[in-house]
Write a protein that binds this ligand. Structure first.
Ligand code: 5GP
Length: 135
């Protein structure tokens, strides 16, 4: 029973992924971006409208709408790949605790979370004090 509902949930989720969202187009190379890093699991680039001195985005290459979708449907390798990727990018940007003063990794989920682009992404804010966690 659990398996049936899991499969149903998977297919329903996949059907609602918007193949033409902006990040899908960036992944396909259809629109340009300032690329930071890419590997088998993730792609990272600078945000077009930076909110802090450093504002990067890290996205999985898989078609996941948001963190909920990712947690339900992604493979263990994809999950490790995404979180390792955030760390790799933070170090490349000089904001990780290994080589900098820290950063904030944040993912907005759905309407109340303020998500605008329906492809899972983590924002990486750094280069200065990020300030209050929520307004
Ligand atoms: P969300 O509100 O969905 O968490 O964040 C979406 C982010 O994507 C925003 O910070 C926005 O500035 C960024 N963004 C939207 N369109 C583009 C684009 O075409 N290129 C890049 N690099 N970033 C974008």
């Amino acid at each position: 029973m659990y398996l049936v509902s899991l499969i149903k949930e998977k297919s329903e989720k996949l059907m609602t992924y918007d193949e033409n969202n902006i990040f899908a187009k960036i992944l396909k190379g259809e629109i340009p971006c300032k690329k930071i890093y890419e590997d088998k699991y993730i792609f990272s680039f600078h945000d077009i409208n930076p909110q802090k001195k450093i504002h990067a985005l890290v996205i999985p290459k898989g078609k996941y709408i948001d963190l909920d979708d990712f947690c339900i449907n992604a493979s263990a390798n994809e999950m490790v790949g995404l979180f390792k990727g955030i760390n790799i990018v933070a170090e490349m940007l000089g904001v990780s605790l290994k080589n900098g003063d820290g950063y904030r990794a944040l993912s907005n989920i759905g309407k109340n979370g303020g998500q605008e682009v329906p492809h899972l992404h983590f924002h990486i804010f750094g280069g200065e004090k990020i300030g209050k966690m929520v307004e």
